[in-house]
Design a binder for this molecule. Structure first.
Ligand code: ARG
Length: 466
């Protein structure tokens, strides 16, 4: 019997030792050691339950709890020696425990398998990360609401096709981002409900012949309930896929937001200033200040979308129950968590420090005939059919383009040459302020409505934080 074979926790039925490359190829300890804390939390609960049902003595339970605490301390101090021969986080920890406390350590695995153990660990990990993501999302939303509240009257051009369309308020524009993030937070909260169900007790796949108490372990670990089917419990990773799907949508939103920030900070737009802390310079062009943070978040959306596809493809066509394929769930999941948390943190720090350049926004809104629709609506109010009004405004816009003037800069006589229905009161609707204030209904861009949306959002966030 080789030394290698003797060290294996599952070596009993083997006569040859594992090929060295295969050992390294199949090991997961290099990445799943990140689950150590949750693995130990799960083991402590399992040991308490095994004692409660009479499988472990109280003394064994105490030895296990104390031994695991020591192992955790070593791990957290960075002094634990992870070994690739022991394959994964679960067997590394169990071996270290047994080395410390002897026979009681060998009893810990009674009535469970690494299959239900790992599924439980991931859920404990993800549950914690979901709470962190939720608080960073809330922080970002608070930043948006604060900036929106300070800019309920700030006028900017609204765009369709990236062409100036109609004037909007900057506050209204920011609150659109708030709404998207609100739905993202809802998706994560919904996903968290399904994450918080406990596979432990499913054992390898069929359950166990020991008289385990799954309600007890679920309660100890803060799960809402044990999973109802052991085969499902050890094998499905739909909760992780759901998380990655919600993350992909969040990152897609952040990528759109990023794109606007990149555009707005360009000299051509010059709509906002970003503080230096969120930008970097160029090693060759001394004049440059690049919006690296939003650019990077935009770019990182790619890996998060990729991780979703990885997990979907990993799960696709897997027969019941556990398959080793599932070991591949961790890296995409960890990467998604890290990318989402990092991106949210960067945005939550950055957004409250965005400074609008109000003059530039106003100037841009004046340039694109953004009140053309208002003139058409005005003519409709005078009894002209919308299509005819559209035609009249088109002629006025052409005169403006030819002579380099906005609609509000045309004379009353010039406007009347297109329609005799136009009178002096037309200039009230041709101003940008008049245009935005006229959109005074629920969900509209009028400063009034934006103030209302901001106060609703503040109340919503306050209730959430209570
Ligand atoms: N390292 C494995 C994983 O991440 C743990 C479960 C292994 N189970 C097994 N029967 N080989 O999925």
């Amino acid at each position: 019997m080789s030394q290698d074979k003797q060290n294996k926790l599952w070596g009993g039925r083997f006569t040859e030792s594992t090929d060295a490359f295969v050992q390294a190829f199949t090991a997961s300890v290099n990445f799943d050691q990140r689950l150590a804390r949750y693995d130990i939390e799960g083991s402590v609960a399992h040991a308490k339950m095994l004692c409660q049902v009479g499988i472990l003595s109280e003394q064994e339970r105490e030895q296990i709890i104390k031994g695991l605490a020591e192992v955790l301390e070593l791990i957290e101090a960075g002094q634990f020696e992870w070994s690739i021969e022991l394959e994964d986080v679960h067997m590394n920890i169990e071996a270290a425990l047994t080395e410390r406390i002897g026979i009681a350590g060998k009893k810990l695995h009674t009535g469970r398998s690494r299959n239900d153990q790992v599924a439980t660990d991931i859920r404990l990990f993800l549950r914690e990360q979901l709470a962190l993501i939720d608080s960073e999302l809330t922080r970002l939303q608070q930043g948006l609401v604060g900036l929106a509240g300070a800019n309920t009257d700030t006028i900017m051009p609204g765009f369709t096709h990236l062409q100036v369309a109609q004037p909007v308020t900057f506050g209204h524009h920011l609150m659109a981002w708030f709404e998207m993030l609100k739905r993202d937070a809802e998706r994560f909260a919904d996903c968290a409900k399904r994450v918080n169900v406990m596979p432990l007790g499913s054992a390898a796949l069929a359950g166990t012949s020991y008289p385990i108490d799954r309600l007890m372990t679920a309660e100890l670990l803060g799960f809402t309930k044990p999973c109802a089917n052991s085969l499902d419990g050890v094998s499905d990773r739909d909760f992780a896929i759901e998380f990655c799907a919600a993350s992909a949508l969040l990152m897609t939103h952040l990528s759109r937001f990023s794109e606007e920030i990149v555009l707005w900070t360009s000299a051509q737009f010059n709509f906002i200033h970003l503080p230096d802390a969120f930008c970097t310079g160029s090693s060759i062009m001394p004049q440059k200040k690049n919006p690296d943070v939003p650019e990077l978040v935009r770019g990182k959306t790619g890996r998060v979308n990729g991780n979703l596809v990885s997990l979907l493809t990993l799960m696709k066509s897997q027969p019941l129950a556990y398959n080793k394929d599932n070991q591949e769930d961790k890296e995409p999941l960890f990467d998604t968590v890290d990318t989402v948390l990092g991106s949210l943190r960067a945005f939550a720090d950055m957004v409250p420090n965005i400074e609008p350049v109000k003059e530039s926004m106003l100037k841009a809104a004046k340039q694109g005939f953004s009140t053309a629709t208002d003139l058409a609506d005005y003519l409709v109010g005078k009894g002209i059919a919308f299509r005819d009004a559209h035609e009249v405004v088109g002629l006025a816009v052409r005169l403006g383009t030819d002579t380099g003037r906005d609609l509000s800069e045309l004379s009353l006589e010039e406007l009347q040459s297109f329609s005799t229905e136009i009178t002096a009161d037309v200039f009230e609707v041709l101003t940008l302020e008049g245009s935005v204030s006229a959109r005074d209904h629920l969900g509209g861009t009028a400063p009034n409505q934006v103030r209302y949306a901001v106060s609703e959002a503040k109340a919503f966030l306050a209730a959430k934080l209570k």
